[in-house]
Write a protein that binds this ligand. Structure first.
Ligand code: BGC
Length: 719
C-alpha cells in the first residue's frame, strides 16, 4: 500500500491541484490497475472482493446501505496497493428513501425548482449512505408511450425536457461536488434511446442527424454543457447503424469535440458486451476495442474491459494513451468528490439524513404540484370535506407498491400513504369512507364487481383508483396496448352505471388511452406514481386543499394506433381536415385525447395584453414577450403559462408549434400578474439544409396558451 512510510505521495495530498494528483497516481499504476478503474460491477460478491483487493475495480453499483458501502470501501482503500477509493453508483431516480413522484410526474409540475429540490434531497439521502453517483436524470425525449421508460423521463418535448434535465443535474450535484451532500449526475441514455422502434425497449433507432440534434440531443447538451453533469451513460440502442455504445460520432465528435465534455462515459449495463449481439463485434475483445475507441470510459457489468483491454493494448489495437485518458477522467471525478479525503460515510450524518420532516414535506409538495386534472365536468371536484360518505374503489386504491413507481431505491412500501389512507385522513371525522378493491390490476376476474357496485351505491361519491402496477412501466416494461390493464375499464363502467358520480384517479407511468372514461366519467385526475406522500396529495386535490396546477408533459392518444402523436409535429402537405384526402385515420380522429400542456384548475385564468418587442437582431438578438394573466375564478390557483412559436416559412419545414417558454405562477382570486419571456437567437434557430444553426428572416407566430391546444393569445413578429 502506498500510504505508509515517509512523506505522503502527491496524489494523497489534498493541497495539491487535482491534475497534479491524477498525473502522480497515473504514473504509479500498472496497466491492469488502470483498466481496473474502467470496470464497474454490480453488488459485492467474493469474486468482486478479490478484484477490489487487486485494484481492479473502479466502481460498484447496487451496493446499498451505509454498512455495505463502508465494508467494500475499506477493502479498496486499506487493502489494495494504491488505495484508490471506489465510486459507488446507484439508480437514484426519484428519491432515495423519501420517494418523490416518478420523473414523468415531476415533469408535470412544470416547475424546475421542484425538480431541483427533489434531486438535492435524493442526493443528500443517498450520499449519507455512501452513494456518490446516480444514474440519473434520464433525459431521453420519448414520444411513444408504449415504451415503458417514458415514466423515467420528462416526456416528449426538448424544451421542457432540457429545463428539467438542467434542474435535476443541478439538484444532484449542487454547487460543488466536494459538498458531502451532493452526488454526481449521469444524464442518460446517450443517445436517442427514446426513439426505439415500435416503443420496444432496447430496440433499434434510426433518426436523421437533424432530428437527433433538434430533438434528442438538446437535453443532453444542457445537462452536460450548462449544468456540468460529471458523467453520461452510453445507451443500449443502435443509432443509425452503429450502436450508441460504439458510436464515435456521438461519443467523441459531438460529446467531446463539439461540447468539450470533460467527465467520463459509463456504458449501460453490459452494453459493451452486447455489441456482439448487435453484430458489430465478433468477440469480447472486438467489443472492448470498439467501445473504448469510440469513447466509452467505463464498462458497466460487462467484464469485457477487464478480460480484453490489456491484451488489446499489448497488441497495439488500443493505445495506452487512450486508456490513460479514460482513467484520468475517472480519477479526476473521484478527486473532485474528495473520495481520497473522505472515503467513508459519516455514521452521524447517515442516521439523521433519511425522511426528515422537511424532506417528507417536500415530497408532499412535489406530489401536489404534479397532479394533472384532466377533466372536471360540472365542477364535480373539489368535494366538500363533510360529504356524508365516499366509496374508495379500485385495485390501486390501497396499494402500497404502485405509488413508488419503478426504480424506488430504498423506498419502502410501508412508508407509502395510499389513496384510501389519504382520503380517510383528510375527510371530516363524520364522513363514512367505504372501500372495495373491485378487481386486480391485471387478470380477468370480475368476481368482486358486484361488491364494488354495492359499495359505490351506498356512497355519495365514488373515487375509483385505477391504472398500472409499478412494474408495468420502467425498463423492459413496454406495452402494445395503452388501455387500462385487465378488467379495470369495466370496473369503472360498472361503478359508473350505479349512477353515483365518479372521480377517476389514474396511477400510471405512461399516457393511457382512456377514451371511454374521458367521454363518460365526469372527473379524471392524473396522479402518476406520486411517491410516498402521494395519497395525501391526491386527497388534498379531491377535497380542494390543493388546487391542481400540473400540466401534461406528454400527449395522451385516444388509441395506441395514433402513436407517435406529439404536439410539435410538422404540418404536412395535407394537414388533417374533414376532407377525405388529408392526413388522418378512417377509424379514429386525428386529435389527441388530451394534448401536451393540458391540465385544468378549480379556478379560471384570463389572458390579455400580449406585447411583443424586438429588442435586437442578429445572434445577440432578443424578442421580449409579455402578457397579463388574471385569476378570475373563486380560489387561489397555479397556472402554467406556455409560449409556443412557429416559424411560418423556412428552408426546412418547421413544426406547427414549439414550446419556447413556460412559467408556473400562483395567483389569488382577482390577482393579475405580468408574465414576461425573452426569446433568444437560439430559440428562433434551426438547422438549415447545410446543417448550420440559423435564424432565417421572415414571420414568426407567437402563441400563448394554457395548453398546446388552448391558445389564448397570439401575434406575429418579423425577423
Ligand atoms: C438501465 C440503466 C440503469 C442501469 C443500472 C440498465 O439496465 O438501462 O438505466 O442505470 O441498468 O442499473
Amino acid at each position: 500500500m502506498g500510504r505508509s512510510g515517509g512523506r505522503k505521495p502527491i496524489y494523497l495530498r489534498p493541497t495539491q491541484p487535482i491534475e497534479k494528483r491524477v498525473d502522480d497516481l497515473l504514473r504509479r499504476m500498472t496497466l491492469e490497475e488502470k483498466i481496473g478503474q474502467m470496470c464497474q460491477y454490480s453488488g459485492f460478491s467474493e469474486a468482486h472482493e478479490a478484484l477490489v483487493k487487486q485494484g481492479r475495480v473502479g466502481s460498484l453499483l447496487n451496493v446499498t446501505g451505509a454498512k455495505n458501502t463502508e465494508r467494500a470501501q475499506k477493502i479498496a482503500v486499506e487493502q489494495s496497493r494504491l488505495g484508490i477509493p471506489l465510486i459507488f453508483g446507484l439508480d437514484v431516480i426519484h428519491g432515495y428513501s423519501t420517494i418523490f413522484p416518478i420523473p414523468l410526474g415531476l415533469a408535470s409540475t412544470w416547475n424546475p425548482e421542484t425538480v431541483r429540490k427533489a434531486s438535492s434531497i435524493a442526493a443528500a439521502e443517498a450520499a449519507s449512505e455512501g452513494i456518490h453517483w446516480t444514474f440519473a436524470p434520464m433525459v431521453d425525449i420519448a414520444r411513444d408511450p408504449r415504451w415503458g421508460r417514458i415514466a423515467e423521463g420528462a416526456g416528449e418535448d426538448p424544451y421542457l425536457g432540457s429545463a428539467m434535465a438542467q434542474a435535476a443535474v443541478e439538484g444532484f450535484q449542487g454547487r460543488d461536488l466536494a459538498d458531502p451532500d451532493t452526488i454526481v449526475a449521469c444524464p442518460k441514455h446517450y443517445v436517442a434511446y427514446g426513439a426505439a422502434e415500435g416503443g420496444r425497449d432496447y430496440n433499434t433507432v434510426d433518426v436523421s442527424e437533424r432530428v437527433l440534434r433538434e430533438v434528442y440531443l438538446p437535453p443532453f447538451k444542457v445537462a452536460i454543457v450548462k449544468a456540468g453533469a460529471g458523467t453520461t451513460m452510453s445507451a443500449f440502442n443502435e443509432l443509425n447503424g452503429v450502436p450508441a455504445s460504439a458510436n464515435r460520432h456521438s461519443l467523441t465528435e459531438i460529446l467531446r469535440e463539439e461540447w468539450g465534455f470533460k467527465g467520463f462515459v459509463v456504458s449501460d449495463w453490459n452494453a459493451v458486451g452486447e455489441l456482439i449481439n448487435h453484430g458489430i463485434a465478433g468477440t469480447s475483445a472486438e467489443a472492448a476495442k470498439e467501445a473504448v475507441n469510440a469513447g466509452v470510459d467505463m464498462d458497466m457489468c460487462g467484464n469485457v474491459y477487464q478480460t480484453s483491454l490489456a491484451q488489446l493494448v499489448r497488441d497495439g489495437a488500443v493505445l495506452e494513451e487512450k486508456i490513460d485518458e479514460s482513467v484520468r477522467r475517472i480519477l479526476t471525478l473521484k478527486l473532485r468528490l474528495r473520495l481520497f479525503e473522505r472515503p467513508y460515510v459519516d455514521p452521524e450524518r447517515a442516521s439523521k439524513a433519511l425522511q426528515t420532516k422537511e424532506k417528507l414535506e417536500a415530497a408532499l409538495q412535489a406530489a401536489r404540484e404534479s397532479m394533472v386534472l384532466l377533466k372536471n365536468e360540472g365542477s364535480l371536484l373539489p368535494v366538500k370535506k363533510d360529504i356524508e360518505s365516499v366509496a374508495v374503489i379500485g385495485p390501486l386504491a390501497d396499494d402500497r407498491n404502485a405509488p413508488l413507481g419503478s426504480w424506488s431505491c430504498r423506498g419502502n412500501p410501508e412508508d407509502v400513504v395510499t389513496v384510501l389512507e389519504g382520503i380517510k385522513s383528510r375527510a371530516s371525522p363524520r364522513t363514512k369512507v367505504l372501500y372495495a378493491k373491485g378487481c386486480e390490476s391485471e387478470g380477468n376476474s370480475k368476481e368482486e364487481f358486484e361488491n364494488a357496485a354495492e359499495t359505490a351505491g351506498e356512497a355519495g361519491l365514488a373515487i375509483v383508483v385505477v391504472g398500472e402496477k409499478a412494474d408495468m412501466s420502467g425498463e423492459a416494461a413496454c406495452r402494445a396496448s395503452l388501455n387500462l390493464p385487465g378488467v379495470q375499464e369495466e370496473l369503472v363502467e360498472t361503478v359508473h352505471e350505479t349512477g353515483v358520480p365518479v372521480v377517476e384517479v389514474l396511477m400510471n407511468g405512461r399516457p393511457l388511452s382512456i377514451s371511454w372514461s374521458a367521454e363518460h366519467v365526469p372527473a379524471i385526475l392524473e396522479a402518476w406514481f406520486s411517491g410516498i406522500r402521494g395519497g395525501f396529495a391526491i386527497a388534498d386535490v379531491i377535497f380542494g386543499d390543493c388546487n391542481p396546477g400540473g400540466k401534461l408533459p406528454i400527449t395522451f392518444p385516444r388509441a395506441v394506433g395514433q402513436v407517435p402523436i406529439y404536439y410539435s409535429h410538422k404540418n404536412t402537405g395535407r394537414p388533417p381536415s374533414p376532407e377525405r384526402w388529408t392526413s388522418k385515420y378512417l377509424d379514429a380522429p386525428w386529435t389527441p385525447l388530451f394534448p401536451f400542456g393540458h391540465g385544468l384548475s378549480y379556478t379560471q385564468f384570463e389572458y390579455s395584453d400580449l406585447h411583443i418587442t424586438l429588442k435586437r437582431r442578429g445572434k445577440a438578438g432578443k424578442v421580449e414577450v409579455s402578457l397579463t394573466v388574471e385569476n378570475i375564478g373563486g380560489c387561489q390557483g397555479d397556472e402554467v403559462v406556455q409560449l409556443y412559436l412557429r416559424d411560418l416559412v423556412a428552408s426546412i419545414g418547421r413544426p406547427v408549434k414549439e414550446l419556447k417558454g413556460f412559467k408556473r405562477i400562483t395567483l389569488k382570486p382577482g390577482e393579475r400578474r405580468t408574465v414576461s419571456f425573452a426569446l433568444a437567437w437560439q430559440d428562433l434557430s434551426f438547422l438549415n439544409r447545410e446543417m448550420q444553426w440559423v435564424v432565417e428572416p421572415g414571420t414568426f407566430r407567437v402563441m400563448i396558451g394554457s395548453s398546446s391546444e388552448d391558445i389564448r393569445l397570439s401575434d406575429s413578429f418579423e425577423v
